[in-house]
Design a protein around this ligand. Sequence first.
Ligand code: HEM
Length: 540
Amino acid sequence: MLFRWDQSRGFSLCMAVLTVPVTLGAIYSAYLIYSGPDPSITALLLRAGLVYLSTSIRHDFADRFRNAGKARSLGCSQVPVYPHKDPILGLDLAWQQVRRRKNHTVVEGFIDRFQRYGHTHYQLALGQRIIVTDDPENIKTILATKFEDWPIAGARLHAVLPLLGPKSIFSSNGEAWHSARTMLRPAFVRDQVADFRCFERHTENFIQRIPTDGSTVDLQELLLAMSMDSSTDFLLGYSTGLLTENPLPDTREFTRAFGEAALKSSMKALVGPFLFKLPDRELDRNVKKVRDFVRYYLREVATEKAGNPKYQDSERAYVFLDELLKQDAPEEFVVDQILSVLIAGRDTTAMGIAVCFWFLARHPDAVVKLREEILSANAHDPTWEQLKNMKYLNSVIKESLRLVPPVPMNTRVANKDTVLPVGGGHDGRQPVFVAKGTPVRFSLISMQRRQDLYGPTAHKFSNARWLDDKFRPGWEYVPFHGGPRVCLGQQFALTQIAFVLFRVFQRFKAIEAADEGPMRLATSLTASFATGVPVRLTPA
Ligand code: HEM
């Protein structure tokens, strides 16, 4: 059963009444601490703990009382609350999440809770009240309309801070973010996106690793390697070469350290920022390895560019790093930005391609139509325009990113008292008051599967919906987000996904799944398939 608090009059009154004894308790505890005869250390600590607890409870009650008044004055309505069995810390839900994480059903849990408790509701995360939403109006408000009220903070920030530092595009807000974005934007110009030579090299290495005798291969693993190779090539002008016979020296160490540092940081961020204050030599070592690797190639490019034969080679005409070096920024700032783009683009692109293969392996009819389009394009080497005009190919990509957006959920934190447009009241359509400091977790993956937005086939792969010109979703479909912080690499990613699909289905006529059962996703900042994408392909 739903129970609504935060802004209810009865609750506020109750809180106000409780504030009096709690405050008296705090004063009495303080008196005992200072006046007790020779108190022991344990007694002192216990009493200090009691003072702290009662003071923070008092503040919490006072805040709720103040917020309830403010919410009413702003015309906001009550919000549904998850019916916790543990109403103090919310450990019941935390425990459920741990179990869901273990059996890879986090997404199903989100979808179920949104259906039961409303598309915007409160829940407790280790004692902190957070809002969860999968409503397009609210997501639009957070990312665009009231962008300034919703900086990156909390778990989303702490998940990347150790690797990127506070000034990178992926971890900063306000002026710092603005200057990072201004610096990076010119490096994503369309001509470079349309320069397929970099994609070609790495797609070919990927295809070479696909067995042609019908044996099973895990495409997810290969795609992660391919996207590390192509990202480092595009960014630094040096590819890690994981899919080649001659990887760069230290590549495996770099990839391992990068993966471990990213995973460790996001796990620590889930528990809370205080963990980062504790020394962690392993994380420090991995971060140092990653940054040293990037710095080394940055110096190579910066100092050897003029005489380096690689740069006379037209194959290497465009390197993202060159664009950054032109701007004369400090070295560590450039390292921050390169690593940001690597984090933002590597796993996401690999997942974007993996999702397409996952669905195609279960929809042979779509593969037949896709091949018809690819073969009838009559273009051995497609141009950017040709790929953009391939309706069927793009419908497969859009539908795959609808059902599994590689960034499935995200978080922002209100930096002032603010309002979300919907989620309150009995119909869930009234505005919601959000107090300063409240985190909001928004879920693209459940929004993009909502039946009321996508119809009865919302949960099914049905790329045909994108072939209808009248079907143009707005904020109901934002795999790259929207607003001022929209993904900078969107065109780069979409082009690479289209290119890989084009090349693979030029050479292979069928793909079939080598595993059974429902999709199982592992989720952190990026989603991945918990057991990979094992498939068998048939050469054309
Ligand atoms: C299918 C692939 C991709 C998806 C689904 C995707 C999605 C996203 C999303 C949702 C964000 C917003 C994150 C946030 O604000 O918390 C983002 C930001 C970003 N993405 Fe992507 N991305 C993809 C590929 C790429 C690629 C290939 C690159 C670069 C080569 C890239 C570069 C960036 C950058 C630099 C940002 C930060 C923008 C900012 O904060 O101003 N992305 N991406």
